[in-house]
Design a protein around this ligand. Structure first.
Ligand code: ATP
Length: 247
């Protein structure tokens, strides 16, 4: 379970995140949507403990990500927008290293083989990360998130650069994660994917949450009954002072 309370990130004069409250319950997929610069990556990086929030709090499985970092991060997996990988490890070494850090080496080999097969990376098992294509790097980044026993997953634009078969696998993966009772917060610009995959969505604009709820709730709120998520999104993000919360 993930909770944020009044999360603020200030970059000098610019407030990138302005008091974000969110809850991610076990077994749900929540979409984090918003125009460019809305604060999605900032929010995910604060939640992951990569950026220190200016104020506010993040709890992962009840542990504060700043004050109790090791315990909080034990249950967390983060797939960043741009994969951050060790170039001079092989694919196998990379996954093994992550499994070692999270003390899950006992189940490592079976899980590695399953993931490499699923993401068509088996033939690259002994290749250096530096030699992988862009999409392969993204798939490896996803595999790293799956190799340990996280129950809170953060994905920042995970579908970008991955081929259609990989995207289909990733969507299945997300549904398996959800079925296992874990939860996912995923930022995306792919509204049709969000519509199909997410149990509810949070829409950010200028660092603030402007709407939250299931698609049906958002349609009702925006007065766009029967319209697509794209219509709803455009309407809500164009109403600069609007703020709707149905959680
Ligand atoms: P996109 O959809 O384009 O990826 P986003 O919603 O993920 O956008 P963020 O990357 O979180 O947006 O950026 C939010 C705001 O914070 C933007 O105005 C951005 O310019 C600003 N920002 C991000 N990082 C920094 C930084 N290191 N220093 C100053 N401003 C920053």
């Amino acid at each position: 379970m993930l909770q944020t309370f009044q999360l603020v990130k200030q970059y000098k004069k610019h407030r990138a995140l302005d008091g974000l409250d969110l809850t991610l319950n076990p077994g749900e997929i929540v979409g984090l949507l918003g125009p460019n610069g809305a604060g999605k990556t900032t929010a995910l990086r604060c939640i992951a403990g990569i950026l220190r929030p200016t104020s506010g709090q993040v709890l992962i499985n009840g542990f504060d990500v700043v004050a109790d970092q090791a315990k909080a991060k034990a249950g967390l997996a983060f797939v960043p927008e741009v994969p951050s990988l060790y170039e001079l490890l092989t694919v196998d070494e990379h996954l093994r290293f992550v499994a070692m850090c999270f003390k899950t080496l006992d189940t490592y080999e079976a899980k590695r083989d399953e993931l490499l097969t699923r993401y068509a990376l088996m033939e690259k098992k002994d290749a250096l990360v530096a030699t992988l294509s862009k999409g392969m790097r993204q798939k490896l980044s996803v595999a790293c998130a799956m190799i340990h026993n996280a129950n809170v997953f953060l994905f920042d634009e995970p579908m970008i650069g991955i081929d259609p078969a990989g995207v289909a696998e990733l969507k299945q993966e997300m549904l398996r994660v959800k079925e296992s009772g874990a939860s996912i917060l995923v930022s995306t610009h792919l509204l049709d994917t969000a519509e199909k995959l997410c149990d509810r969505v949070i829409i950010l604009a200028r660092g603030r949450k402007v709407a939250e709820g299931t698609l049906e709730q958002l349609r009702l709120l925006s007065g766009s009954e029967g319209r697509s998520l794209e219509d709803v999104f455009l309407k809500l993000t164009s109403e600069s002072n609007a703020s709707f919360d149905l959680s």
